[in-house]
Write a protein that binds this ligand. Structure first.
Ligand code: TMP
Ligand code: ASP
Length: 235
């Protein structure tokens, strides 16, 4: 597959066209941002970790029956994925209270929920990715009712698979953000990334944070946390 011109540069990744009209190449950067780009920095080696971790988890999910955009890892930082049009929703699943949930509802972090929660944010940087419900998404025609149903079912399935996987490497999967895309025939697939940038991971024994909260909250040892997660996931 031949890498052609850059189509897009986001906060953490670049996307390139290829000679295959159904495929693009994503290239993971070490750039880190938080709070809608207000905080900026570099996490050395993050691009490699996020590329490899995402690809490992996408392949695990495929094996468990979740369709994804993954095609082929090309190098430490680059992966071929199916070209999709992204559904402009950030889909967040939570198993344990943390982050904006704890803040919004005035509760401490660490409450283990009996059932996972799901929420949507409108993917719109100018508006600061506002929280929305499924009716809002339908009103704005961001997705069809059938697509919303598919996305919800897939997101909970991803949670079941990942929660069990992480338990086995002594990590609590606190919460995570997913994005979905449409293939050219309209099929919904899991897209974007699943990494320490987009998940909260707590060591099950020590409750140590092993994710981007170390960068967001200036906790130090950010690189160590990313490489520890890669080691636990890839073995
Ligand atoms: P939150 O508690 O800040 O709403 O974050 C919930 C989860 O979503 C957490 O695992 C981090 C992830 N996340 C992203 O991937 N991108 C974002 O822009 C935000 C705000 C959160
Ligand atoms: N990635 C998001 C941003 O820049 C936020 C985050 O992950 O906390 O702004």
């Amino acid at each position: 597959m031949q890498k052609l011109k850059q189509l897009y540069e986001g906060k953490a990744k670049k996307v390139f066209a290829t000679d295959d009209p159904e495929c693009v190449i994503v290239s993971y950067k070490d750039d880190a941002t938080a709070f809608n780009g207000l905080k900026r920095g570099t996490i050395v080696g993050k691009g490699v970790v996020n590329n490899k971790v995402t690809n490992y988890l996408m392949q695990l999910l495929e094996k468990e029956g979740v369709p994804t955009h993954f095609v082929e890892e090309l190098s430490d930082r680059e992966t071929a994925v199916k070209k999709v049009s992204i559904v402009p929703l950030e889909v967040i699943i939570r198993n344990i209270s943390a982050g904006s949930f704890a803040k919004r509802f005035g509760v401490e972090e660490g409450i283990v929920f009996e059932q996972p929660t799901i929420e949507f944010s409108y993917k719109n940087d100018d508006l600061g990715d506002p929280l929305m419900n499924a009716y809002h998404a339908l009103a704005l025609k961001l997705a069809t009712p059938a697509e919303i149903d598919t996305i919800k079912a897939m997101a909970f399935k991803v949670n079941d698979v990942l929660k069990a996987f992480f338990k086995a490497v002594n990590v609590d999967l606190v919460d995570f953000k997913l994005e979905f895309g449409r293939l050219s025939d309209g099929t919904i697939v899991l897209a974007d990334e699943i990494s320490p940038d987009t998940c909260r991971f707590w060591d099950s024994t020590t409750h140590e944070k092993l994710d981007k909260d170390r960068f967001r909250r200036d906790l130090g040892n950010v690189e160590d946390a990313y490489s520890e997660m890669m080691k636990r996931i890839l073995g």
